[in-house]
Design a protein around this ligand. Structure first.
Ligand SMILES: Cc1cc2nc3c(=O)[nH]c(=O)nc-3n(C[C@H](O)[C@H](O)[C@H](O)COP(=O)(O)OP(=O)(O)OC[C@H]3O[C@@H](n4cnc5c(N)ncnc54)[C@H](O)[C@@H]3O)c2cc1C
Length: 270
């Protein structure tokens, strides 16, 4: 039985620059990393391998250099890494991205039964958190988002029990498998590769599935299959702050000033 981890290669956001003229991301010379939440998705898949003997496949849709990120996953114990890359997949929004990923998982499931698909809760670039639920909907898998604990996998009854991290509370949910699970940062601490594993992974193959392999209709993928297009990207501008009174030496006076100002701006009423 197979567990599939979805990982996306993203720009290292601390160093992302926006072109002031075009308003788009400057990708040249920007280092790439594995989306941090996907490192947790990968680790959780490997934990299912350790505990239940499942095989782990990792898939990623992206440009050819995504192979670097996929090779790193081989060095921590992934059994199979698949790169979904083709010019026809480029420019995809979340609808078209989840289409290609779901079809790749469907292909894998024709070879081997899929127990679960694990995604990060969201990416640090697109940030939509739509791809996981999109895959679940297309494949009609149980959808378990914001999971911070996989408590039990019963391979006989085909049920998975997880804990979801919601605002101010947790929720324990049991669902039939196959399930698509999106994970939050608190779920685990990703393992590091050993030096021998890193060396072995250099020799291993990252499988390429382009659209000759996938055979998807061009109107369903990439830019043509995208219902949305980004018109502009910009950093949020914060309004200039205002210092009221002397909060360190005369806190009461500053508090009164703050209240009067908020009332004056009709933000609060007394
Ligand atoms: C309106 C809109 C228009 C866009 N247009 C373009 C465009 O024209 N050109 C362009 O390059 N990009 C575009 N993007 C970005 C592109 O759609 C996203 O990179 C992609 O759809 C993934 O969405 P996300 O980053 O929000 O992932 P999320 O939904 O936040 O990701 C959740 C999880 O899904 C999995 N996942 C997501 N993407 C991948 C992937 N590629 N491979 C494997 N696993 C993955 C990961 O496990 C991830 O943690 C657009 C995005 C939006 C919202």
């Amino acid at each position: 039985m197979l567990v599939v981890a979805c990982v996306k290669q993203v720009p290292d956001t601390t160093q992302v620059k926006i072109d002031p003229v075009t308003g788009t991301l400057v990708r040249e010379g920007v280092p790439f990393i594995m989306n941090p939440f996907d490192a947790q998705a990968l680790e959780e898949s490997l934990k299912l391998k350790d505990k239940y003997g499942l095989r782990v496949a990792v898939i990623s849709m992206g440009p050819p250099n995504t192979e670097v990120t996929l090779r790193k996953t081989l060095s921590v114990g992934v059994d199979e890494a698949i790169l979904l890359s083709d010019r026809a997949f480029g420019g995809a929004d979340t609808l078209a991205t989840s289409m290609v990923l779901a079809e790749a998982i469907r292909r894998l499931s024709q070879r081997e039964e899929v127990a679960a698909v694990i995604c990060g809760k969201q990416t640090i670039d697109g940030d939509t958190a739509q791809v996981g639920p999109g895959i679940a909907t297309r494949l009609k898998y149980s959808q378990l988002t914001l999971v911070d604990q996989i408590q039990n996998v019963n391979l006989k009854t085909k049920k998975v029990r997880v804990r979801r991290k919601l605002e101010g509370r947790h929720e324990i949910v049991e669902a039939p498998m196959p399930a698509l699970i999106t994970v939050v940062r608190e779920i685990n601490q990703p393992r590091y590769p050993t030096v021998p594993m890193r060396l072995i992974s250099e020799e291993r193959e990252v499988t390429l599935w382009n659209n000759k392999v996938m055979q998807l209709a061009e109107e369903d993928i990439g830019l043509k299959g995208s219902a949305t297009q980004v018109r502009k990207i910009f950093s949020p501008q914060r309004a200039q702050g205002q210092v009221l009174g002397d909060g360190c030496n005369r806190p009461e006076e500053a508090a009164h000033l703050l209240i009067d100002t908020l009332v004056g701006k009709d933000i609060i009423s007394l």
